[in-house]
Design a protein around this ligand. Structure first.
Ligand SMILES: Cc1cc2nc3c(=O)[nH]c(=O)nc-3n(C[C@H](O)[C@H](O)[C@H](O)COP(=O)(O)OP(=O)(O)OC[C@H]3O[C@@H](n4cnc5c(N)ncnc54)[C@H](O)[C@@H]3O)c2cc1C
Length: 378
């Protein structure tokens, strides 16, 4: 809680308590910036940062800057995970090839990913990693040991609490309605700043609306589910499969992908039409978080959710991980901004920046992106 805020002059004001806003605060603090305030319109971050898989992904990201940002973000996450006492649910990633045409794509991918921590597993090796991989159809797949999974709805508030304990001020439940070159205006007060970062996430019709419209930033809407398996088991890492090869940018220009595209267009037309690829991660209680789909608009999404999309996601999930009976215990919608470029840092002047991750990869790369913004600011 901030005291005497009306009389305060902040060195740095940040709008938005998501991964990007808090990443900027972490980076600024490391540079010795003293008076930092994060203003959040809700009682906590309720945006994409708590709605995602909590999966810090390295594999399949675009070379070079995106993957470098994911590796740097991972370092920052691991540090904050320790300091804020956040639980890691599991580590690593299995990308399961359910089509034989995926294997050449993965072989080509390994040639461009410089890490030694990612390798191709044969079907036999895959089967030796988990009993479930004996039950599904697979031709082997990728295994990376770098990925980390945390529960975002717990982790993001834990980061905020930790940052508060280090002297960063948070102003909750106040919306920044306007700003000049030296002050922000909320529904309750005006606050002076020297430098300002706006990290509003998918709040595209508020602050920075003109910039988002000019840059043709869209909102991407995703379906997410949490299921509880009847028979408990431990997932050996995050799970992806062939449909991810159709969506993640690291695979997009690989020569063998053209052949795979044709096969997947035949086997998974409805999934492609709804932007579905399947990621599965696990929570502490054994539940599985499963997603996702993608629908895009320049306007505001209508609130009606097609059951068909959830059915398609769950059907694919059952093919990838045949776990037997389960109950759907939660469903939710997440939204993130999507643009032509992966990141948007729009400088209104040398002290004011709008910072947004404009592809669905901010949990994995947002901390490092925010650090780069701070390095430009100071
Ligand atoms: C369903 C889903 C799945 C995803 N999966 C992955 C994944 O697998 N891997 C990955 O790396 N990324 C993933 N992402 C993307 C990732 O979650 C986002 O890129 C990241 O969380 C963006 O963080 P942010 O801080 O920019 O935005 P947010 O988390 O949306 O935070 C912005 C904050 O700003 C606040 N705010 C906005 N306007 C104002 C204002 N005027 N005044 C005060 N406060 C304001 C909002 O209330 C919000 O709390 C996924 C996203 C979703 C939705």
């Amino acid at each position: 809680m901030v005291k005497n805020i009306n009389n305060s002059q902040y060195e740095l004001v940040i709008v938005g308590a998501g991964v990007v806003g808090m990443g900027a605060a972490i980076a600024a603090q490391k540079k010795g910036v003293k008076k930092i305030l994060i203003v959040e319109r809700h009682q906590a971050c309720t945006g994409a940062s708590i709605r995602n898989f909590g999966f810090i992904t390295i594999t399949g990201l675009r070379q070079k800057i995106m993957q470098e940002r994911s590796l740097r973000s991972r370092e920052i996450w691991l540090d904050i995970i320790k300091k804020a006492k956040i639980t890691i649910n599991h580590r690593g990633l299995y990308l399961i090839a359910q089509h034989k045409e995926s294997i050449p794509v993965l072989e080509e991918y390994l040639k461009i990913d410089p890490r030694s921590t990612v390798r191709l597993l044969s079907k036999k090796e895959m089967e030796s990693h988990h009993p479930l991989f004996k039950k599904n159809k697979n031709f082997g797949g990728l295994h990376s040991t770098d990925e980390v999974r945390i529960e975002p709805r717990l982790a993001v508030p834990a980061v905020a609490k930790y940052l508060e304990s280090t002297g960063i001020d948070f102003l909750w439940k106040e919306e920044v309605l306007d700003f000049t070159d030296k002050q922000i205006v909320t529904q309750k007060r005006k606050i002076q700043f020297k430098k300002l970062i706006m990290a509003p996430g998918n709040h595209l019709k508020g602050l920075g609306r003109n910039v988002f419209e000019k840059r043709k930033i869209q909102s991407s809407k995703l379906h997410m589910l949490r299921v509880m398996p009847e028979k408990k088991f431990k997932l050996p890492g995050g799970i992806m499969a062939d449909l991810t090869l159709m969506r993640y940018p690291g695979y997009e220009n690989l020569p063998s992908k053209k052949k795979l595209d044709k096969v997947i267009q035949k086997t998974s037309r409805a999934e492609l039409d709804n932007g579905i690829h399947v990621i599965v991660v696990q929570g502490k209680d054994g539940s599985l978080i499963i997603g996702d789909s993608h629908q895009y608009t320049h306007d505001t999404h209508y609130p009606f959710e097609k059951e068909k999309i959830d059915t398609l996601i769950l059907n694919k999930f059952e093919q990838i991980l045949p776990i037997g009976r389960y109950n759907v215990v939660e469903r939710w919608i997440g939204e993130y901004p999507s643009g032509k470029n992966d990141y948007l840092d729009h400088w209104l002047d040398k002290n004011i920046c709008i910072a947004n991750v404009t592809t669905g990869i901010g949990m994995s790369t947002g901390f490092a992106f925010a650090e780069d913004v701070i390095n430009k600011l100071y």
